[in-house]
Design a binder for this molecule. Structure first.
Ligand code: KIV
Ligand code: ZN
Length: 513
């Protein structure tokens, strides 16, 4: 019997700590649903004490998700733990993840606490957490630079106090695989009652070693890996979930372990995260990059055609790459459209939303004769915005762009249900359109990122635009897709403005942990 490897996803917590990757509550719920569908064991849904927005998102996720454990991070203090405990209360299965730093540099310079005080605080925290749940994870922050004797001491104490998962984070991405594995091996050997807890790893990618370190620790006995979709995360990111899971699955000769991940949900999860956060996936990224299964050289193509396994160690469809097949055309009816959405696992919550998406599909099919699954994903993601979040709506857009002339744009927006017109010139058609929108809205927001990606191939492909705006300490990402990239840009800009406007969208200061 293979042992189980727990997959702990922290995209919604550590992943969200990537600069500009903040997500609204609705977006977090969408991500959590996708993670549940992918069958991750634990979803770290946020850091409840960081902001009221984080707290409410964790609570909403705890209500919505039934098949994954919902976890909140908490510093080792009573207030953080109470907030985490309250936030996970609605969960069918809830976990509190508390942490305190254990490296000499962190204890002395950051916490200004002695090692004895750190142990005492850690033990007290487990006691506070036990009022809410028996599923308690303890992390020794900066374990990668901590002294092994001190780690043994603090882990022994927290296990005695009731911690059930012991996490050994390489917080600053300093570890080297063989050393990290040796640390894990020694901890498991030396800490009393180590076989009563799950040993966990949490690696950052500062030296590009997060996945290697995680896997090395797994071989040394760790049975939980903390990771994120697309390797999103603080600074250089965390270990990428898709790489860890596929390494374990592809090399059963090395890892005699199983995960419960439905790997066909990996690519949809990757696309969802990339779309929501505005972090593109590099084409040569393992597993989820656009070129991960593309064979360019003639020798490779010839080999794959003769026998796929000559150059492929995984099958594209096993990680969720679709065949880019033509799914629907302009003559497809509402039922065919609806059932394809269901097959793709896209749930629109009302008939109204299905009708609106279907109308947009018909419009798109008039302009683009081949409609792929990717187009449908982009199309319905616009419908996920509920009407009360759509304070600004694009009713009309016109751009004039001629050689030697300054582009000029006119827009008509619905602002809280009232039609308003604006116009402006700009450096290019997109710039002019944004300025025309601003002539109405006067948002005072600063544009931090504007990016366009073609969703499929061909010059009639939809452009998917991400716009990141900031105002005061709020950062939001807006998305829009259309075959006309000026319109996609306008939608994306308005989507971001709607998020800034929405009172539901909570402030998330970056770098809270
Ligand atoms: O990197 C880290 O140490 C963390 C902890 C809070 C687990 O994210
Ligand atoms: Zn981390």
């Amino acid at each position: 019997m293979k042992q189980h490897l727990v997959i702990f996803d922290t995209t919604l917590r550590d992943g969200e700590q990537s600069p500009g990757a903040s997500m609204t509550r609705e977006e977090k719920i969408r991500v959590a649903r996708q993670l549940e569908k992918m069958r991750v064991d634990v979803i770290e849904a946020g850091f409840a004490a960081a902001s009221p927005g984080d707290f409410e998102s964790i609570q909403a996720i705890a209500h919505a998700i039934k098949d994954s454990t919902i976890c909140s991070l908490a510093r080792a203090n009573e207030n953080d733990i109470n907030r985490a405990g309250e936030a996970i209360r609605p969960a069918k299965s809830g976990r509190i993840h508390t942490f305190i730093a254990t490296s000499p540099i962190h204890m002395e310079k950051k916490l200004r606490m002695t090692p004895d005080q750190v142990v005492e605080q850690a033990v007290k925290s487990i006691g506070w957490a036990r009022q809410y749940t028996d599923d308690i994870e303890f992390s020794a922050e900066d374990a990668g630079r901590s002294e092994i004797d001190f780690l043994c001491r603090i882990f022994e104490a927290v296990i005695k106090a009731g911690a059930t998962t012991i996490n050994v984070p390489d917080t600053v991405g300093y570890a080297i695989p063989f050393q990290y594995a040796e640390t894990m091996r020694q901890l498991i050997e030396r800490v009393p009652n180590s076989d009563n807890v799950v040993w966990s790893v949490h690696c950052h990618n500062d030296l590009g070693l997060a996945v290697s370190n995680s896997l090395a620790a797994v071989l040394a006995g760790a049975r939980q890996v903390e990771c994120t979709i697309n390797g999103l995360g603080e600074r250089a990111g965390n270990a990428a979930l898709e790489e860890v899971v596929m390494a374990v699955r592809t090399r059963p000769d090395v890892f005699e372990l199983e995960t419960r991940i439905d790997t066909t949900q990996i690519v949809p999860a990757s696309k969802l995260i990339s779309q929501i956060t505005g972090y593109p996936v590099q084409p040569n990224k393992a597993v989820v990059g656009a070129n991960a299964f593309a064979h360019e050289s003639g020798i490779h193509q010839d080999g794959v055609l003769k026998h796929r396994e000559t150059y492929e160690i995984m099958r594209a469809q096993d990680v969720g790459w679709s065949q880019n097949k033509l799914v629907l055309g302009k003559h497809s009816g509402r039922n065919a459209f609806k059932s394809r959405l269901q097959e793709l696992g896209i749930e629109l919550d009302s008939d109204e939303a299905v009708n609106a998406a279907f109308a947009r599909f018909k419009e798109l099919a008039d302009r683009k004769h081949e409609i792929f699954d990717e187009d449908l994903h982009a199309l319905v993601s616009d419908e996920v915005v509920t009407p009360d979040q759509e304070h600004y709506k694009l009713l009309y857009s016109h751009v004039c762009s001629e050689t030697g002339e300054m582009p000029h744009a006119k827009v008509i927006l619905s602002v809280g249900g009232v039609e308003q017109k604006g116009e402006a010139g700009g450096g290019g058609p997109v710039d002019a359109t944004f300025k025309a929108i601003e002539s109405i809205v006067n948002s005072g927001a600063e544009l931090m990122l504007y990016s366009v990606n073609a969703i499929t191939t061909g010059t009639d492909a939809q452009g998917e635009v991400t716009t990141r705006l900031t105002k005061a300490d709020r950062v939001v990402n807006g998305n829009g897709a259309d075959t006309d990239i000026v319109i996609a840009s306008a939608r994306s800009y308005l989507n971001a403005l709607n998020k800034l406007h929405s009172s539901l969208d909570k402030v998330k200061a970056q770098g809270d942990v």
